[in-house]
Design a protein around this ligand. Sequence first.
Ligand SMILES: Cc1cc2nc3c(=O)[nH]c(=O)nc-3n(C[C@H](O)[C@H](O)[C@H](O)COP(=O)(O)OP(=O)(O)OC[C@H]3O[C@@H](n4cnc5c(N)ncnc54)[C@H](O)[C@@H]3O)c2cc1C
Length: 362
Amino acid sequence: MPQNVDVVIIGGGIIGCSIAYYAAKAGLSVVLVESSQIAQGTTCAAGGMLGAHSEYLNDQFYSFARESQVLYEEFWRESGIDIAYTTGGIVQFAQSNEERKALSRWHDAAYLSPEQIQERMPSVSPPAFGGYLFQEDVHVHPEKTTRAFCQSAEQLGATILRNSQVDEIETIRGGYRVLDWNAKHVVIAGGVTSGMLIPGLQMTAVKGQCMQLDGMGMRLPYTLFHQGCYIVPRTDGTLVVGATMEPGVMDLDTTIAGHFALNDIAERFISGLSGFPVLKRWAGLRPKTVDDLPYIGRVPGKENMYVAAGHFRNGILLAPATACLIRDLMIGIEVDTERLETFDPKRGIFHGTRYRVERQSV
Ligand SMILES: Cc1cc2nc3c(=O)[nH]c(=O)nc-3n(C[C@H](O)[C@H](O)[C@H](O)COP(=O)(O)OP(=O)(O)OC[C@H]3O[C@@H](n4cnc5c(N)ncnc54)[C@H](O)[C@@H]3O)c2cc1C
């Protein structure tokens, strides 16, 4: 006999788990279904930066990202769970006058001259035109954070089903049937494979490779960032160097070309860093939409069915704000119209041959 529940969430990455938490906190009965284990998809490949400034896409993205940063701090303080919430922020490097000018538009950033950077971080090769410190762009540990959302959701009564694949969402009277559950609402948070459950959804993959180095006692007070590449200092003393951008590559192999690219990134920031012991290498698939902004909202033509996927480089950053937006839609809280339009999934759902050439299924 199927059991009734308010919402079934499909996907146990950071997006699905944060939705489970905020929905359960709002009093909804929640079931989350994950085909493997929690946080073992793209989420576990991430650096964990909350880079509202370094990843700026447009003003809507920015205000959403800033709200998410605030929600993270609240969650970290309220839950008391170790998510490796690391303050300090990101120093964005300026290697040319143009880059410096572009960064100077941010009024909430502090300029650091090359000398100041060297003084604060003697091991770092100072960028020719200095850098800007964005203190709010802190970082977290992606896997720990996802498990923390999951654990907190469970404490609020959510049911988490692992090793359970959803192949079909059946429409029934008053809602949907997913496996053995009848739900009023369904949320698809399946990351890069979300298109399997939403016909016509445009989603491609951009592979990213990273490496984790033994920091050998080198303590960086900030994440270092330049043109999409970075070094994230983790709380355990290791350094995460990332990441390659390989559009359309679907495998999770680490490659020789990837090793060279990551060594090059490491050397750009800290001379000699590529010789530090490598503890781990990995790859992940960033879920990319038609315009790099995530799909968050109602699935067109399907009442009470939602998608929250395609967060590309920013799923960790945007997870809590995404969850609150989906929660508000489910419980009927008014959401800003411009925000709804910005993230509306309908901009990425195409049927028929006209768009097939753009489609790259994963
Ligand atoms: C190298 C790299 C570095 C990154 N660094 C950052 C960073 O510093 N900051 C940042 O904000 N973002 C970063 N990202 C992006 C971020 O990792 C992703 O945007 C985010 O993890 C996407 O989360 P998700 O929950 O949507 O997807 P996933 O983590 O992939 O989770 C989706 C889950 O759904 C499950 N699933 C799918 N289909 C089904 C089904 N039919 N039934 C049941 N379960 C299903 C999958 O098994 C999976 O566990 C990075 C990504 C990469 C690759």
